[in-house]
Design a protein around this ligand. Sequence first.
Ligand SMILES: C[S@@+](CC[C@H](N)C(=O)[O-])C[C@H]1O[C@@H](n2cnc3c(N)ncnc32)[C@H](O)[C@@H]1O
Length: 198
Amino acid sequence: MENRKDHYYKKAKDEGYRARSSYKLKQIQTKFKIIKPGDYVIDLGAAPGGWSQVAGELVKSKGKVIALDKNPMRSFQFDNIITLQMNMESPMLMQHLSTHFNKPINVVLSDLAGNVTGNWHLDSERQIHLATMALRTAETVLNAGGNFVTKVFRGPSLNEFEEELKELFEFKKNWRPPATRKNSAEEYIICKGFVKDE
Ligand SMILES: C[S@@+](CC[C@H](N)C(=O)[O-])C[C@H]1O[C@@H](n2cnc3c(N)ncnc32)[C@H](O)[C@@H]1O
């Protein structure tokens, strides 16, 4: 079994990140350049806040990050990161988000994940459901040209989901950042250039 306190776990502790997953977003950023200074970003499934910390650094003081999770999260020391505790499947989602943003969003991130059961079929279908909910949010809030990153598991419905992403974005690529745990079934889909229907 892989040591829970692995390289990235220790690195996160040393460098002040709340989760080892921070390095997954850093590696996605290095390879795909999805976030830039001044961007407005929504981070879905943000707790404990590792991705939001990284996004907050990248958008700098003129940008803004909403860190949304159904679970409580400690607030951040930088005031460009706002925490929002709610279920992203709530019908009130858009209303709550719009109170924090007065302009279209540049990037939607989703590291949403439920409890895995060990039943591959069930877990992958649940993960695609969360990724689809994240995509629906992205479709509503993203500006033209905006970017979207989501976690998925490989399963029967992934192809259909990917076909939809190809229609909605100019660029789409599946990638497993090196910081992903070796025994994890997850991968990320990085989409750039949202094609908005006007
Ligand atoms: C893998 S963790 C995210 C880790 C985070 N990216 C970080 O770097 O700290 C997945 C998160 O998704 C959240 N989540 C799952 N389903 C959700 C939902 N329907 N609404 C809001 N958050 C949800 C969980 O509470 C959990 O905190």
